[in-house]
Design a protein around this ligand. Structure first.
Ligand SMILES: [Fe+2]
Length: 464
């Protein structure tokens, strides 16, 4: 179904997009758009446990749930993670040619228990000193003896960190494992995305009785067609906390941290829940909405120092990921991010962050460039104002999980809200150079080639 607002930038010449982008850009105060599109109201249903999308690969003790993430500051290292049902070596063989592996590295494995579930063998190994802009082939599993069972994949490292390095990021949040999740994921697979910025809430295993961690395994297999081939940059959401004292599970983030390592050491973080990377022309900061962030807390101290390390002459694009949105005009989770906003918004404005992605709300929304930092309790300045130094806030928790769509927006649409729609989908951040990038949102009802919302980002550091 098509809304009257729809743009079709893939068929519109670039110069027209430029004009449109400027027209909706930060200096112009326009009325926001609430899409007329009404998604069908049915609940989102998880794929059955015997779905072919959850199938265990054939073979003897086959590796499964293979996923990658960046392992170092600038993209010359990759963490490979995978699961084997039985004990196996944590070895990755890799090289520049398929099936010809002249390097190998052996990492470690872990197992964890959660109530009456015990995980399989969760391996991780880090490939270092990779060349930029190079395709590597790799193999995990066992390749010795008659019972060998291995699988081969590949990935491409990013270009060197440089201000005009183009790069295409996918942006996905709150995916889960429903038929709608599958639709979102399959649409993303058809995109040109080179890495995924994932804004939290992965498997939704905790929506099952006793937090059935088998649903972590099924989720790992569902997304493997992408995660085994390109890095996903992980953000923790509330569904990763998994604090269930009623069944004796009080170690927060246990399944997530056991399964999804992050490169926090390389950005001097003391927690895998907040960290940063640089990739191509982007400096990406990942924050944890559900970890302490008050003044003097470890995350607050780290972020303060991290923002001083951003070099916009090398990475002009400054991107922040978090789970809880700071600006959200949906009735669901309305103002849940307010204390986080009060704590950090002035930092983001002062740092001229280009764009902030969040999830949590199961709908799509994009803000104008606004800030709300003038309020001091007594001056009554408590309404967001247009601010050219402020980030664009994108809420993209519309991956399609079992909890369904967040279909009720506050009315009237606040002035800060540029576009909002209660549909499932994913985003593409297409960085062209040091000054221009496009952010496109794709709703699931349409093909990947159709853009539901399009925005031209003019870089905050380099734009006039
Ligand atoms: Fe959430």
């Amino acid at each position: 179904m098509k809304g009257s607002h729809r743009l079709a930038p893939l068929i519109i010449p670039t110069f027209v997009l430029l004009i449109l982008g400027i027209a909706v850009n930060e200096k112009v105060c326009i009325a926001g758009i609430t899409s007329k599109y009404i998604r069908r109201p049915e609940a989102s249903v998880d794929l059955p446990i015997d779905s072919p999308y959850f199938a265990v690969p054939p073979g003897n003790n086959p590796p499964q749930q293979v996923h990658l993430t960046q392992a170092d500051r600038d993209g010359q290292a990759v963490i490979v993670s995978w699961v084997t049902p039985l004990a196996a070596l944590s070895t990755v063989s890799y090289g520049l040619n398929k099936s010809q592996y002249d390097h190998s590295v052996t990492g470690t494995f872990t197992r964890y228990s959660f109530y009456n579930y015990t995980s399989r063998y969760i391996h991780q190994a880090t490939l270092r000193n990779l060349q930029f802009g190079t395709t590597y082939y790799y193999r995990v599993g066992s390749w010795v003896g008659s019972g060998s069972s291995y699988r081969e994949f590949s990935f491409t490292t990013p270009p060197p960190v440089a201000p005009d390095s183009p790069y295409i990021f996918g942006v996905i949040g709150d995916l889960g494992q429903t038929y709608d999740s599958l639709s979102t994921f399959q649409h993303y697979l058809k995109s040109q995305g080179q890495a995924v910025l994932y804004v939290g809430d992965l498997s939704y295993a905790d929506d099952y009785p006793f937090d059935n961690n088998v649903r972590w395994d099924t989720w790992g297999r569902l997304v493997e067609p992408s995660t085994a081939y390109q890095p996903w940059i992980w953000t923790a959401g509330n569904h990763e906390i998994e604090f269930l004292p009623e069944i004796g599970e009080v170690t927060v983030y246990k399944p997530f941290l056991s399964r999804y390592p992050t490169p926090y050491f390389s950005s001097d973080s003391t927690s895998p829940l907040w960290y940063s990377i640089r990739r191509a022309s982007a400096h990406i900061i990942v924050l944890s909405s559900y970890s302490a962030y008050g003044k003097y807390t470890p995350q607050w101290v780290w972020l303060q120092a991290e923002l001083t390390k951003v070099d916009r002459t090398k990475t002009p694009w400054l991107i922040v990921l978090m789970h809880l949105p700071m600006y959200n005009s949906n009735t669901y989770h309305y103002m849940e991010g307010e204390t986080f906003r009060v704590q950090f918004e002035s930092w983001f404005v002062n740092a001229k962050v280009d764009i902030i992605f969040a999830g949590h709300v199961h709908a799509y929304e994009r803000s104008n460039r606004i800030s709300n930092v003038a309020y001091n309790i007594t001056n009554k300045a408590c309404t967001p104002v247009f601010d050219n130094s402020a980030p664009v806030y994108v809420t993209i928790g519309d991956g399609g999980n079992i909890e369904g769509i967040a279909g009720n927006f506050t009315e009237p649409q606040p002035q800060y809200s540029a576009y909002r729609e209660a549909s499932f989908g994913h985003g593409i951040l297409d960085i062209k150079n040091r000054t221009h990038a496009y952010f496109n949102w794709h709703r699931n009802q349409d093909g990947e080639a159709v853009v539901g919302d399009s925005y031209l980002l003019l870089n905050r550091f380099n734009a006039p």
